[in-house]
Ligand binder design. Structure first.
Ligand code: HEC
Length: 199
């Protein structure tokens, strides 16, 4: 038979327990794939290692950190400067209205934890003159910016979710709630909150 004749030529001269091996060619597609990976590896080394055109791990890390700082305003970007600006309570109706919209919106969900009227639910009552983390404009802004992740309140700060401008309106809205005495106020956490009146 022709095929067997052909196989005779390819037969390698070793044998294990009657098992013989043919010296067949590797499939052409497989060979090309192999050459391709060699070429790819060569170009890869040229691009990342030898010419330094592509960023290495450290450069990629720096790039990601810079991008995150830009997005979330951390590090030594300009946003961080803005975040330390002095906070003040606005008293004009437009600011307070905007603050209320942000507080009551489904984007930030403040009302779900602090109550629609600020009376407190999971989070503390924001209408009384007892505060856990201080009642100065800067302290309230800081509370919202940094959040209390261990208590369930996420950080909203530095323009990532609420811009500094909007945050001024939110703290102004909170200030406007002082002494409003909503229904079902949450009791003061006397073990932690201290008396503090917003000026
Ligand atoms: C998932 C629930 C939750 C959400 C949403 C939430 N908070 Fe809070 N917040 C809390 C809790 C809980 C505390 C109390 C932290 C503690 O016990 O130290 C708190 C504390 C605060 C404080 C400090 C109160 C104090 O007594 O010093 C302020 C101000 C505040 N939140 C405002 C906001 C605003 C504004 C929003 C929306 C942008 C918001 N919170 C969204 C749960 C929440």
């Amino acid at each position: 038979m022709k095929i067997l004749d052909d196989e005779k030529d390819k037969l390698l001269d070793h044998e294990y327990d009657g098992i013989k091996e043919l010296d067949n060619h590797m499939p052409v597609w497989w060979l090309w794939l192999f050459y391709f990976t060699i070429g790819w590896g060569f170009l890869y080394m040229l691009y990342y290692q030898f010419t330094g055109v592509g960023p290495d791990q450290h450069e990629q890390y720096e790039m990601e950190i810079a991008a995150a700082n830009e997005k979330y305003g951390g590090g030594d970007s300009e946003d961080a400067e803005v975040a330390t600006t002095a906070w003040t309570f606005e008293t004009d109706a437009a600011s307070i209205e905007n603050g209320k919209t942000i507080y009551s919106g489904t984007g930030n969900l403040c009302f779900t934890c602090h109550g629609a009227a600020g009376e407190g639910l999971v989070g503390p009552n924001l209408t009384d003159n007892f505060w856990i983390h201080g009642c100065e404009a800067g302290e309230i802004a800081a509370s919202i910016q940094h959040g209390y992740p261990d208590k369930g309140m996420m950080p909203y700060g530095s323009g990532a979710r609420i811009s500094d401008e909007d945050l001024t309106d939110v703290i102004s809205y909170i200030a406007s709630l002082q002494g409003t005495e909503p229904a079902n106020p949450k009791a003061v956490d006397t073990s932690r909150a201290v008396e503090c009146s917003i000026e």
